[in-house]
Design a protein around this ligand. Structure first.
Ligand code: BJW
Ligand code: ZN
Length: 242
């Protein structure tokens, strides 16, 4: 019954915003950050890898870890949920994910709130840097890639947003605008713990959107949404959107 109601709301909507988190990519084989023994923050300390302080203290370790994750993203492929979202005309994606699975599925309107792992830039002059894809075998420390600008002593860093860093202003402003003007917001596979991204479902609801959460586990967002579907993304998203 609840899935039917969600499907009905989605079919009737003029503007749908889909807010995705790591759970969206889980069934493509990319680890989530939280929630299981295999998740990234169960295996590694975020303070040691995903902060500007970590980069300053031991950049080779941080770089090696992101090269390792980059290889995992390259080996993954979009699943049926990514594909059906891409085929839905009036559906815009706002993602916290740093992978490119929505794009590879064919989605053309994708906003990355936390950047993209493969969009490398110089940590000093901020210019984009092209970095060769990682080769196997990988180790968890790696040689840094120097900035090609002759006058710059910087190195390539992943184009992601670390804790304590601001989200890209354009992406954040666009996300707030989209959440404020959609009819339906579908929140898929996020723990709802990281701000400011976790405030978007509330912004959508405050502006009158019908909010639907898809997650096999309840989250702090669950009590706020109109409809909670306890399900995995690759199973239910194709049912709701096709
Ligand atoms: C499935 C599934 C399946 C599994 N199908 N579902 C207000 C209050 C408190 C703190 C703050 C606040 N405002 C700011 C902060 C500080 C901080 C923050 O939020 N901290 C909290 C953790 C306490 N935020 C920031 O620092 C942000 N910057 C900022 O606010 O700047 C202004 C500022 C500056 C200085 C000081 C203060 C403010 C930046 C946040 C950057 C987050 N970066 C990361 C790493 C990106 C790079 C990388 O990839 O390494 O982003 S952390 C990590 O968490 C990553 C994710 O995008 C993000 C969210 O994770 P997500 O997507 O929700 O995944 P999980 O793993 O948490 O959950 C997966 C879910 O999927 C689970 O619920 C599963 O059940 C589910 N699932 N299988 C569907 N098959
Ligand atoms: Zn530079």
């Amino acid at each position: 019954m609840t899935a039917e109601l969600a499907s009905e709301r989605i079919q009737q909507a003029e503007r749908i915003v889909v807010l995705t988190g790591a759970g969206m990519s889980a069934e493509s084989g990319i680890a989530t950050f939280r929630g299981t023994e295999e998740s990234l923050w169960s295996r590694w300390d975020p303070q040691q890898l995903a902060t500007p302080e970590a980069w300053s203290a031991h950049p080779q370790t941080v770089w090696g870890w992101y090269r390792y994750r980059h290889a995992g993203i390259q080996a993954a492929a979009p699943h049926a949920g990514h594909l059906v979202l891409a085929s839905h005309d009036n559906c815009e994606i706002i993602t916290q994910n740093v992978d490119d699975l929505h794009e590879r599925a064919g989605s053309t309107t994708v906003t990355h709130l936390h950047g993209r792992l493969d969009a490398f830039r110089c940590h000093l002059c901020h210019r984009p840097i092209s970095v060769a894809p990682p080769q196997q075998p990988l180790s968890l420390t790696a040689d840094l890639t120097k900035c090609p600008q002759p006058s710059c002593a910087g190195y390539a860093r992943p184009g992601v947003v670390w804790f304590g860093e601001n989200l890209p202003t354009d992406a954040w402003e666009h996300a707030v605008q989209s959440a404020s003007t959609c009819d339906v917001a579908v929140i898929i596979g996020t723990s709802g713990l990281v701000y400011p991204a976790a405030s978007l479902p509330g912004i959508a609801a405050d502006h009158g959107a019908f909010t639907i959460e898809i997650n096999p586990e309840r989250t702090p967002l669950t009590p706020q949404v109109d409809l909670y579907l306890c399900a995995a993304a690759a199973d239910i998203v194709p049912q709701l959107f096709s």
